[in-house]
Design a protein around this ligand. Structure first.
Ligand SMILES: [Zn+2]
Length: 465
């Protein structure tokens, strides 16, 4: 994510609902209820326990005039324990029915949790289909830092869909924590003249009785927070890069003139980042450029970042770098957000250094020169403290400083080997800060404890640069 506005920081609201939901009696035959949380203290209501979603099949219909969304979500679910009941994350909307392998299931709602109780308990390891049908006008989430995410409806009926960190639950029932990654088929039906854009490849576009259905497939595992289904009266463009990668761009007409020259650099940016970070992780690319300046940020939606306005080249470089760092290698707890934002910010530094800007060492020095009272030093990059601070300055700028410090300590050769190995070993998977530190030590053959203790986890401004 890259913010264009400074956002107020609010305290994280406690969620007693989740705590209450965790208390559940065990059910007959050894079946137990799945947990209502993934256990992340930054966003305790996000994610659930007891199962893995292998695949989401989402069939959506949206009417811009009324802002009504109709959905049928077919989740292919593998229980990781014998389940008498389980939870999905879902907020707002009206749930019309829930079926598990075709049989009607009981359901109830509390806060952002949808509890499903199948007629028969689910066996561990045996895949089932959970189909939820629903309708209503989605309402976006307001996060602890005051920003909006999820299904964000614009005054003209177009929709900006960006889910980091909590917003997926506003438009489909999900296991909405980055720990669980899934493949997706997303079909969106809109009136003719409107375009609906999701992740991955466009498999089909078909018009019928005044409506058009756009069918998208994301074949690589994706965290729910990286999904999108953005809708607008976009200008679209499709081409295949010299390297064989299909590109799909959707641009709000008001932004087209300014966005065009920047988006045209996407293949060059992907090639440049591939040389630095290793093979591009996905089988599709592109951009969604909305005219939604009130949103105030861009997000690295998988394969196809979304921008609230025409991006500048630095923002394009940042969101593209996230395809390696965040989208392919995904965090397992929100505390580790610097693994996303520090890396994407460092990619911007590298780009700038190669295009007439400051060198990365000069950028580091310029940051270090900021006074101890600057918000840069307000908390450690590796420990934001709560969900209200993950998009503040330290994970971005101090995160990039950690990487520059590492580069200066281990040398260019080892440093870029670390980045490429990190991306390849954890491709389409997950990584933690502890694993990154261990990998850095292994490749450099250096004891880097003091470096990370001071620069990643140290409070305040380090005494020496
Ligand atoms: Zn970012």
């Amino acid at each position: 994510m890259l913010s264009k506005i400074s956002r107020p920081l609010l305290a994280l609201v406690a969620t007693p609902v989740v705590a209450a939901l965790l208390v559940g009696a065990s059910q007959g035959g050894g079946a137990t209820p799945g947990s209502a949380t993934a256990g992340d203290p930054y966003f305790p209501a996000s994610g659930n326990g007891g199962y893995h979603v292998v695949h989401y099949g989402l069939d959506l219909g949206y009417t811009p005039e009324t802002k009504q969304l109709q959905g049928a979500a077919d989740l292919t679910v593998t229980p990781t324990q014998r389940l008498g009941s389980f939870y999905l994350d879902f907020s707002g909307m009206t749930v019309d029915s829930v079926r598990v392998d075709g049989r009607r299931a009981e359901f109830s709602r509390s806060g952002t949790e949808l509890k499903v109780t199948p007629q028969r308990s689910l066996d561990r390891g045996r895949k089932v289909h959970v189909v939820v049908t629903y309708s209503g006008v989605p309402e976006n989430v307001v996060d602890p830092d005051g920003s909006a995410d999820g299904w964000i409806i614009q005054p003209d009926g177009s929709v900006f869909v960006a889910n980091e960190p909590q917003g997926a639950m506003t438009w489909f029932p999900s296991n909405s924590h980055p720990k669980d990654k899934s493949t997706y088929d997303v079909a969106i039906t809109v009136p003719n003249g409107w375009t609906a854009v999701s992740n991955g490849r466009l498999r089909d576009q078909r018009s019928h009785y005044g409506k058009t259905t756009f069918s998208w497939r994301e074949s690589q595992p994706m965290a729910a927070y990286l999904s999108t289904a953005s809708i607008g009266k976009f200008q679209t463009e499709q081409y295949v890069t010299a390297g064989g990668l299909p590109v799909y761009n959707a641009v709000a007409p008001s932004q087209a003139a300014e966005a065009g020259p920047v988006l045209a650099q996407l293949p060059a940016v992907i090639d440049w980042e591939s040389r630095l970070f290793g093979r591009y992780p996905f089988d599709a690319a592109g951009s969604i450029v909305a005219d939604a300046p009130d949103v105030g940020y861009a997000l690295e939606t998988q394969t196809r970042p979304i921008y609230d306005r025409a991006p500048d080249i630095g923002t394009l470089v940042h969101e593209t770098a996230h395809q390696w760092f965040g989208d392919s290698v995904t965090l397992t707890k929100w505390q580790d957000i610097w693994l996303n934002e520090g890396f994407a910010t460092y990619a911007e530094w590298l780009w700038s250094a190669e295009h007439g800007g400051l060198t990365t060492a000069q950028q580091f020095a310029a940051d270090y020169a900021l006074p101890a009272t600057d918000s840069l030093w307000s908390f450690p990059a590796g420990d934001p403290g709560d969900g209200g601070h993950i998009f503040a300055k330290p994970p971005y700028e101090r995160g990039a400083m950690v990487l520059e410090k590492l580069r200066q300590t281990v040398g260019d050769r080892a440093f870029f080997t670390i980045l490429r190995t990190w991306a390849s070993e954890n491709r389409h998977g997950h990584g933690t800060s502890a694993e990154f530190i261990a990998l850095s030590k292994k490749i450099s053959h250096k004891n880097l404890d003091a470096l990370f203790t001071t620069w990643l986890y140290g409070k305040g401004k380090p005494a020496t640069p």
